[in-house]
Design a protein around this ligand. Structure first.
Ligand code: ZN
Length: 312
């Protein structure tokens, strides 16, 4: 069993409007835009990152916005809900805020004893806020949401699966322990993790497969401290028979990817070097940052990419 993985690093999804996506995450949810760059594998599309003040791994929601993208069709083989941690007693204020802004799909409930407010993102994305006591993470309040209410980072990601046995085994191998079940949902957590250390597996045997589109999660990334730990994880996954990509330089972290038995794409990303490697912390997310291999495209991209709002 591995012990290098500490929880989620980031969650990456697909969107339609870049401006609408930016407004929702910075203004409605009060996250900080910590990087405005492009998809390194398809530079005509933005890659937008939202998180806490510095984009601490475990807080970072990222998007590839394709302006004309059709919505995805929910189903099995995907992450259905991405959950953010908020302070105890804040869900009432959140329900008011989201209602006032016309956010859809608001539904209060309880999961594993925690109060939860589910809601939909601008493209139908499945989200939830989970009241969490004693979250050690600092809030980003620069987006205008008070510390008593502000998102602290991810709480968990919930995968919808036809059959969860093989994915449960993989999570166990990755260092997650089963911590409970609630109906058809089984919860796993990494002991001593980064507070974004919970994964839920939801069994839906009869459901159709998901079709990816706007509002779908593209992949989830797990955090390791550094490149040495990442290589240990890569070797172990290869030894177990997983097809893992080589290590890829994503400028703000190093990444490896592999497809899991339930169909969800996993990434393992390093905490180093971080989002402040090419911008001052005070100016994060303001300028369009391009990786060196795409810098020659700057003029064309600056004309072609949809304008989005200022960073908070
Ligand atoms: Zn990623």
């Amino acid at each position: 069993m591995l012990n290098q993985i500490k929880g989620l690093h980031h969650v990456t999804s697909l969107a339609s409007s870049a401006a609408g996506n930016n407004a929702f995450f910075t203004d409605t949810l009060g996250l900080r835009r910590v990087k405005k760059t492009v998809n390194f594998d398809a530079p005509d599309v933005y890659h937008l990152y939202y998180g806490d003040e510095t984009g601490t791994p475990g807080t970072v929601m990222t998007y590839f916005p394709f302006p004309m993208a059709a919505r995805g069709r929910p189903g099995v083989g995907e992450v259905g809900t991405t959950a953010f941690a908020v302070p105890k007693g804040s869900l009432g204020a959140w329900a008011e805020r989201l209602t006032a802004r016309g956010v859809e799909g608001l539904e209060t409930g309880s999961r594993f004893g925690d109060d939860v407010l589910a809601f939909r993102g601008p493209d139908g994305d499945g989200f939830a806020l989970v009241e969490t006591a004693d979250d050690p993470r600092a809030a980003w309040t620069g987006g205008g949401i008070s510390e008593e209410m502000a998102i602290r980072g991810f709480h968990s990601a919930a995968m919808r699966l036809k059959d969860d046995a093989a994915t449960a085994e993989l999570l166990g191998f990755m260092g997650y322990e089963k911590v409970g079940s609630d109906g058809d949902v089984t919860r796993f957590a990494v002991p001593g993790g980064n507070a974004a250390n919970v994964i839920d597996l939801e069994r839906i045997p009869g459901a159709p497969h998901a079709a990816q589109g706007a509002g779908s999660v593209h992949h989830i990334a797990f955090a390791v401290e550094n490149r040495a730990r990442q290589l240990e994880v890569r070797e172990a996954l290869l030894d177990t028979g997983y097809q893992v990509t080589p290590v890829i330089d994503r400028d703000y972290f190093w990444a490896i990817y592999f497809r899991t038995p339930g169909g969800v794409l996993f990434e393992v990303a390093t905490n180093e070097p971080g989002f402040d490697r090419d911008e001052d912390t005070a100016r994060l997310g303001e300028a369009l940052k391009l990786p060196s291999q795409h810098e020659h495209l700057r003029q064309r991209l600056e004309r072609a990419l949809e304008p989005i709002g200022e960073a908070a």
